[in-house]
Write a protein that binds this ligand. Structure first.
Ligand SMILES: Cc1cc2nc3c(=O)[nH]c(=O)nc-3n(C[C@H](O)[C@H](O)[C@H](O)COP(=O)(O)OP(=O)(O)OC[C@H]3O[C@@H](n4cnc5c(N)ncnc54)[C@H](O)[C@@H]3O)c2cc1C
Length: 432
């Protein structure tokens, strides 16, 4: 037998990879985590400012129904804070719905909830009408079930939630996402709190006592009868089992074609377009103008803004997200991008005096290790076309990550839920 470097090699030090490695280490299995970037955390990306405060440029918000991430946050010593919502919010364009339209919006929401409840989170393709749902797009489904104004409201919401236009996503896929968060109660509470110390505190907590090798981009994986070889530019490492904790399209590239075909999901998925920008000011000046700092815009370049200023903090902080065409239209150059976002804020909140003292922005579409955000989703037809729809392993190769979650897909919670199932699977494989 060939000597191995570790019983298990995990590729990717995002939440799912680190949680898998931590759980395997806890039961005595030697694990190495290989990470392409020089930092760990993946789509969780906390950044410390010169004044010592921490901002989140990736995953940030958590909801009370997300049990695993709340438990992890508590274990890591995190302080949960609510977003500040007091004051006037801005909607651009400022259209309002009639009472009847609002009734229809609520009715379509309840229909969505009912349909989500009918969608099994581990086997969505077993719904009697799965094939029909998978053939149509999420936008088509909304239009067929609600009035035009109601369909528009829910389509807009879905576009923002996925960072992908709803006409590109399978209706079965959208319902599965909705089902995975428990329907309406999950949706309403998903973004309740953020972590004062930054979400990275959870990443650092998981990475304690784990052998993480950063700056080691894996370019291919090969299986043999003896072991799995994991190839990086620097060296080849050998293991009994390998966990790919990378976005699915990246994982697909690393595998030999015959292995990729056996794994469900990884074909025919697309990743959303998102830019996240954080602006820090000396004061939350929008409050003196009676604004909450919350806004949504269909004009852009910012799609939504929130006030993420901790209570009694000696500064003001705006969290700005640009999605879909707004994100794609933003330049790669960070200072130019920040200027465009700052101009948007000034226009919306009628500001011509205050300037940000710190600003950071990440264009996730230009991050080759992520390919965009919040996550990858399936295009119409993809659930029903794949023979192994939810398989995430082939022999000693296993996939994990938020894309493989049954609960809270696309969320940080989903990354942890998927890691739990993958760990069990790897332990089972090691036994046989
Ligand atoms: C802007 C943005 C905002 C978000 N906001 C929220 C939010 O508020 N709440 C929420 O719950 N979720 C949010 N999310 C989603 C959340 O961040 C993700 O669901 C979660 O972090 C995914 O974790 P993961 O482990 O599945 O994947 P990742 O975090 O993507 O981990 C994959 C890892 O693999 C590494 N990698 C890639 N290629 C290779 C290679 N070839 N070799 C070695 N390593 C490789 C990557 O560098 C990365 O570290 C947001 C995401 C983004 C982008």
């Amino acid at each position: 037998m060939k000597p191995v470097d570790a019983q298990v090699i995990v590729i990717g030090a995002g939440l799912s990879g680190l949680a898998t490695a931590q759980q395997l280490n806890a039961v005595g299995f030697e694990t190495i985590v290989l990470e392409a970037r020089s930092r760990i955390g993946g789509r969780v990306h906390s950044h410390t400012l010169p004044d010592g405060t921490v901002i989140d440029l990736g995953g940030q918000m958590i909801g009370p129904k997300q049990t695993r991430i709340n438990k992890l946050a508590k274990a890591a010593g995190a302080t949960l804070l609510p977003l500040s919502t007091q004051g006037k919010s801005i909607k651009e364009p400022n259209t309002s719905l009639s009472l009847l339209d609002r009734f229809h919006v609520a009715k379509l929401g309840l229909r969505l909830h009912k349909e989500a409840k009918k969608t099994p989170i581990d086997t969505p393709w077993t719904r009697a009408d799965a094939a029909a749902l998978d053939t149509m797009s999420s936008a088509q489904w909304m239009s067929s079930k609600g009035t035009a104004p109601a369909a528009l409201v829910w389509t807009d919401l879905a576009n923002q939630s996925f960072c992908i236009e709803s006409n590109k996503i399978s209706a079965l896929e959208a319902l599965h996402h909705f089902a995975s968060m428990g329907g309406l109660p999950g949706l309403i509470t998903a973004e309740t709190n953020y972590i004062e110390q930054g979400a990275g505190i959870m990443v650092d907590y998981l990475a304690q006592n784990i052998n993480v090798m950063s700056g080691m981009a894996v370019h291919s994986i090969k299986t043999s009868n003896e072991c799995v070889s994991v190839n990086t530019k620097q060296k080849t490492l050998y293991a009994n089992q390998v966990v790919l904790a990378v976005p699915p399209q990246i994982g697909q590239r690393l595998l030999q074609a015959r292995d990729a075909q056996e794994i469900g999901y990884i074909n025919q998925s697309i990743t959303g377009s998102v830019v996240k920008t954080v602006l820090v000011y000396t004061t939350p000046w929008w409050k003196t103008k009676k604004y909450s700092g919350m806004s949504t815009s269909n004009i852009g370049p910012a799609s939504s803004t929130y006030d993420a200023t901790p209570k009694a903090a000696p500064f003001g902080r705006l969290m700005v997200t640009s999605t879909n065409e707004h994100a794609r239209a933003l330049p790669i150059d960070e200072p130019t991008r920040i200027q465009r976002i700052t101009d948007h804020i000034d226009r919306l909140f009628k500001n011509d005096t205050e300037k940000p003292v710190y600003a950071k922005s990440v264009h996730w579409n230009h991050e080759p290790e992520s390919l965009g955000g919040f996550s990858s989703v399936r295009v119409p037809g993809s659930w029903m076309q794949q023979a192994k729809r939810s398989a995430n392993s082939k022999g000693p190769i296993h996939f994990t990550g938020t894309e493989f979650a049954h609960e809270w897909r696309s969320y940080m919670e989903g990354a942890l839920e998927s890691a739990e199932r993958t760990t069990k699977q790897v332990l089972q494989s090691l036994k046989t």
